[in-house]
Write a protein that binds this ligand. Structure first.
Ligand code: TXD
Length: 313
């Protein structure tokens, strides 16, 4: 059976890591696309030269021409600027909107049947724009944020308790911003409620760290944002699609009535399989969590409103 084709639009920090993870995971052949001349080609050649060592047989190429992403099965988009210290994700809106429009046109023209995973920030606005600009159905345009944010929640809880991350299940929903919603009511450690292990005060501190975890790394790195964990999260979503896993993951999905919201993307649990975003899963949130989700949804709607203003200019 012919290998699948994964196009990575943006070959920067996350894009290069995506390519390596896709090759290591045997997900298929990889095309790295970027506007910087030579850079995607150089990273692709470097990754090919790692193949005999691991080993992996993926064909990895770099390009500056959209024609080379022809008929890709999956497109993962990281094209755009990353944050610098002091910048909010929303500060990237104007610049990355122009880039996302260009990228979406390139994907629609060359990979019309692809499952598109958007990573670029501000995520909730960028995935909304990508759906509009590609014209693809909601099942085939999804945003990566919740898998990363939930992993951060799990990491901090596992660190707090000195247990394996595999023993901690946690979920973060809502927009990919400081008002994202750690869903404590569904958080377990070894199958038991997290509240059996950690005090309310400490949980509040940990959940606040989750909301600010992206900024914490930006402040440390000073020249960019997190890339290993976002790349790992996007690959988890791509694998669920390519292997038709039917895996329920927290993703930015287009809502049409679920959770009482319609017409925009929001981080919710969804089943990812060969049909892409096959079903949004509605959880019984606590009253406070439902309120937090509505606050986060309102911020996303404001952001999409700002996007519309930028696009009108
Ligand atoms: O959870 C999440 N969704 C976020 C997403 C987690 C972390 C990072 N988040 C965002 O991903 C970040 O704020 C950025 O908007 C993207 C990509 O982050 P990355 O760290 O990979 O940024 P880089 O290293 O600057 O790479 C971006 C690449 C760079 O090589 C540019 O040359 C390229 O994007 N670029 C383009 N590629 C294609 N087409 C166009 N027009 C273009 N413009 C720039």
């Amino acid at each position: 059976m012919a290998r699948k084709k994964i196009a990575l639009i943006g070959a920067g920090n996350i894009g290069g890591t995506l390519a390596h993870l896709a090759a290591l995971g045997g997900l298929g052949d990889v095309v790295l696309f970027d506007v910087v001349d030579g850079m995607p080609q150089g990273k692709a050649l470097d990754l090919m030269e790692a193949g005999p060592i691991e080993p992996y047989d993926a064909t990895i190429t770099g390009t500056n021409d959209y024609k080379d992403i022809k008929d890709a099965d999956v497109c993962i988009v990281t094209a755009g600027l990353a944050r610098k210290p002091g910048m909010s994700r929303d500060d990237l809106l104007a610049t990355n909107s122009k880039i996302m429009t260009q990228v979406s046109e390139g994907i629609a023209a060359n990979a019309p049947n692809a499952f598109v995973i958007i990573v670029s920030n501000p995520l909730d606005a960028m995935v909304t724009l990508a759906k509009r600009a590609t014209g693809f159905p909601k099942q085939r345009v999804v945003g990566m944020a919740g898998v990363l944010d939930s992993a951060r929640y799990r990491t901090f809880l596992a660190m707090e308790l000195g247990v394996s991350v595999e023993s901690v299940q946690a979920l973060v929903l809502g927009g990919h911003g400081d008002d994202m919603v750690p869903v404590r009511s569904s958080c377990t450690v070894g199958g038991a409620p997290v509240t059996d292990f950690i005090s309310e005060t400490r949980l509040v501190e940990i959940e606040d760290r989750v909301r600010k975890a992206g900024g914490e790394i930006v402040a440390l790195l000073k020249t960019g944002s997190a890339f290993y964990s976002p790349a790992t999260a996007a690959i988890r979503m791509a694998r669920a699609y390519l292997h038709d896993k039917g895996e329920i993951l927290p993703v930015a999905a287009y809502l049409e009535g679920e959770y009482g919201h319609s017409g925009f993307y929001l981080g919710v649990p969804a089943r990812i399989g060969a049909g892409g975003v096959e079903q949004v899963i509605e959880l019984n949130l606590s009253e406070d969590e439902a309120k937090q989700l509505t606050v986060s949804a309102e911020h996303v709607k404001e952001l999409v409103g700002a996007l519309d203003k930028v696009l009108e200019q």
